[in-house]
Design a protein around this ligand. Sequence first.
Ligand code: RUQ
Ligand code: CUA
Length: 653
Amino acid sequence: MKNILKTSVALVSILIGFTSCNNSGKSNGGSGALASNVAEKVYVPPGEYDSHYAFMSGGYSGNLTVYGLPSGRMFKEIPVFSQFPTNGYGYTEETTPMLETSYGFVPWDDSHHPDISQTDGVLDGRWIFINGNNTPRIARISLTNFETEEIIEVPNSAGNHSSSYITENTEYVVAGTRFSVPVPQRDMPIKDYKGNFKGALTFISVDPEEGHMDIKFQILMPGFNYDLSHPGRGKSHGWFFFTTYNTEEANSLLEVNASQNDKDFIAAINWKKIEEYVNNGGGTMMPANYAHNLYDEDTHMATSTMKKEVRVVNPSEVPGAIYLLPTPKSPHGVDVDPSGEYIVGNGKLSANLTVHSFTKMIDAIENKEFDGDAYGIPIIKFEDVLAGSVEQAGLGPLHTEFDGKGNGYTTFFISSEVVKWKLGTWEVLDRKPTYYSVGHLTIPGGNSREPFGKYMFAMNKITKDRYLPVGPEMEHSAQLYDISGDKMELLLDFPTHGEPHYAAAIPAEIIMNNVKKIYRLDENEHPRKATNESETKVVREGKNVHIYMTTIRSHFSPDNIEGVKVGDKVFFHVTNLEQDFDVPHGFAVIGANTAELLVMPGQTRTLTWEPKQVGVWPFYCTDFCSALHQEMQGYVRVSPADSNLDLSWSLGE
Ligand code: RUQ
Ligand code: CUA
């Protein structure tokens, strides 16, 4: 025990030491060394467009933010797992079903790793997927309307971290559990973890046309921690790689107890083989309970369905489908180069970067050169799978991306730098400091067969003195580098929102021409829409009062409503009649316990209001929509509960 604690103290002080010495000031190279033409490289003149979109995970904001590169300007926050009062997401009748789970309504999550859909291993810009870490979920966001369209919960999982990476043709979006848990969940002593807990790796199929997600199967792996994952591509398409740590299967003081083994594993999963097994009826249907939430763009409404079973596969059922590649030392990221040959294990407690060879892996499998097994899963000999290692590259490697020109770029958290190195020769070509303590990095397409390697940006965990101080916590900071030359060139710092773990970036032209500008009114199938003012009305259904309302510059119809009583539940179903790009109207009513509505052109949104006091209560448009925006208002008269005043409504009378 004493020894363990000593190791722990030593380790922790190394980690803290290295982190803090980089945080002490901006003396070396914060900005002093920048070339004079750097400003030009990030300057996007007023009215002109950025060349790339970057989609940054919101971390503990639960959402996704959209940035332009190279300017670093934030364009939008897309609500995904978290309620968003700015537009009413997660508050309106239409969107609350998106946040339903087996735990009930969960209005928050911790989102980590966005990944853009691919065709033939190239970004196609149709959808972006992102994981919810705390309540295991995967979301799909449309890149035509920039709205969350679908969220599926992942059962038998906990800490959905090795997610949400997609295969080369978006056949699957994959979710892996960071925490192993009892499967099925049950009441058992925590100390009996070892050998009894399981780590579920979930393969969620994606419909090629609509994008709809469905859990195809879950592999119930040994009780390790599955940290990150990446698909094979090109020659390794059909495989998926997951890093593991805590192969010690410790259940307490993991900072020490999960750092004992010299090597953990990268789990290599031949998903094609398992898919075939499952397609032939393999695996077992297991009772489960998980939400599948789907937004319908025609009705402007989401529905939530609870699914009751899931197909599980034990590794022993499909011999030859799963192997373990020893990898030093508590690897975090696992990244596959554009050719699909190299599998990089970022051992966060290792000084060297370990790179495995897919070809050598296949040879070793064919020659059955194994070094024992773990729970029946063959372990390939380290030397037999090793392609090479980048020696003494830095301290604390976390993540690697590729430029498509034969180079890898790895972040080092402890030594706070990005290191560029050459695939095949493993030599370090360049290193640049980051400010400070970088986590992920992104190259547009850097996680595909075809990177667009002009820019790279680092997402840093600690900001400290980079911006004007704003209290004890600073927004995290990203740093943009030009990687078109031999050496990386720092161009720009820009603040981010929440904690962007990872980001996906893509050339703007792949997306910008498909972006939706309005919702067509004649396609609106919302059950309580009003697509012109003659359809507006107020209907009482017992204690529920439904107001079918429209907005257009610059009035609501109706704008005078009487006959509502204390104790009623009032539903404002607001349809925005505008058919012009970027003309939403807002709706807010005094005393509402939710949020505003921000209704897009042609869309219908519903705000629920339970008036508690007699009086005449105003509502108004919250979005400055015209010169007469301040005139865009109305009144609801609320009478006592026992009043017998009939409902009436009007506009302009
Ligand atoms: S993880 S750096 Cu999800 Cu690396 Cu954050
Ligand atoms: Cu409508 Cu302001």
